[in-house]
Design a protein around this ligand. Structure first.
Ligand code: ATP
Length: 384
């Protein structure tokens, strides 16, 4: 079945096999910005494209908006094909059911707040009578907390207010899909965390499918229903925030989202994927992993892997623990940092350095010997 033939589904957006190359100016060669990207976005959900600078997030978003023409692939919105490289179909941006808020907000400084918000209703595809425009714009400005600013010049708004105005203007278009490209990146840290909660609640209130681009993993974890992690133009993993954080599919995801201890190793003995247990032989000893990413092929003894464990899943204790079990190692404290609710400690097990979150009142100092336990239930075996 081609994307063109899809009837209205539970997905607002379906992308398959998207590929985009750009000319490198210096070498004249073509470089791959987006490679074989396929994903679906459920209706009314908040979907985030997350990855480091240059990984292809904005290019993917611009292909969705129709501002960039992909070399391969298909895009459908609301069950209708808006792009097909094979069929040479490329619906123009204004005819796609989208509204986009660019990083710079795209607010016109020579217009007042009301006029900025009213622009798509005055000059968009559907035109409205004056009274209806006034009613809709004032209601929307009220929703985003800007009604008392309607008669101000848009340049008189703070960064956070400009961001809300840009959002109000986009929502007035009543888009099927709202595209947001790093909308919080120009704001200071405190405002950013306040606005991310606001953005999420607007998205839920208006029930609009939202595709959000960010390189900030904290933002992605806090706001999204689904996160797609990208690296070098390709998809590394698609999942809920907790799937991405607790069960990363690759070293790249483990390292990019949150902080992770990554220990190289080899599969010890026969792996038992059906038991959801893999034992890994590493420089600190045998480590039991009770989570693992789906291996490309059944793991075999001696196969390379990486053990991933988050600092909060390493328990640190002074003295000899009373209980026994897997993943217990003798370690030496290198540094401690008191953070009030916990201590962040760096320990070494042999030559391997591990970061752990310890009890705030752990009575251990640099140089002391401690026992560390890597919680097997939260220790992940990674294959790539
Ligand atoms: P950032 O977070 O820095 O915006 P990104 O993940 O959004 O990065 P893109 O802007 O999509 O990444 O860029 C992906 C790759 O494509 C990069 O290597 C970039 O240099 C290249 N690229 C993007 N736009 C163009 C263009 N118009 N011409 C040439 N190369 C481009």
């Amino acid at each position: 079945m081609t994307v063109q033939n899809l009837v209205a589904s539970d997905h607002s957006v379906e992308i398959s096999g998207l590929e985009k190359r750009f000319h490198r100016q210096q070498s004249g060669e073509m470089s791959l910005a987006v490679a074989d990207v396929s994903f679906t976005v459920p209706r009314n959900s908040f979907f985030t494209l997350l990855g480091p600078s240059g990984c292809g997030k904005t290019t993917t978003l611009r292909c969705l908006a129709g501002l960039e023409t992909a070399d391969r692939g298909e895009i459908s919105m609301n069950g209708q094909s808006v792009f097909s490289a094979a069929a040479r179909r490329d619906v123009s941006p204004e005819d796609r059911p989208i509204a986009m808020v660019p990083q710079s907000y795209g607010i016109w400084p020579h217009m007042k707040v009301f006029e900025n918000a009213a622009f798509p209703l005055r000059y968009g595809r559907t035109t409205y009578p004056r009274a209806e425009i006034k009613r809709r714009v004032l209601a929307m400005l009220d929703q985003v907390g800007l009604s008392e600013y309607a008669d101000r010049w848009s340049t008189q708004l703070s960064g956070g207010q400009q961001q809300r105005l840009a959002l109000a203007r986009a929502l007035l278009c009543e888009p099927e899909v709202l595209l947001l490209d790093e909308p919080l990146s120009n704001l200071d840290a405190k405002l950013r965390s306040q606005l991310r909660a606001e953005l999420r609640s607007f998205q839920q209130k208006f029930g609009v499918t939202t595709i959000y681009v960010t390189h900030d993993q904290g933002e992605a974890l806090a706001m999204s229903d689904t996160i797609m992690v990208m690296n070098r133009g390709r998809i590394e993993q698609i999942g809920s925030p907790s799937e991405i954080y607790d069960s990363p599919a690759s070293r790249f995801v483990a390292d990019f989202v949150g902080s992770a201890n990554l220990i190289p190793g080899l599969v010890e003995g026969a792996a038992r994927p059906s038991d959801r247990v893999v034992d890994a032989k590493t420089a600190i000893g045998v480590v039991r992993c009770e989570r693992f990413a789906t291996p490309p092929a059944p793991p075999t003894a001696g196969q390379e892997l990486s053990v991933c464990v988050r600092p909060e899943h390493i328990h640190v204790a002074t003295g000899t623990p009373q209980t026994t079990g897997p993943n217990r190692f003798t370690a030496r404290i290198t540094t401690t940092e008191y953070l009030g609710d916990r201590q962040e400690v760096v320990v070494t097990v042999g030559d391997v350095v591990l970061r752990a979150h310890a009890d705030a009142h752990l009575g251990a100092r640099p140089g002391d010997e401690v026992t560390v336990v890597l919680d097997p239930a939260w220790t992940v075996a990674l294959w790539s």
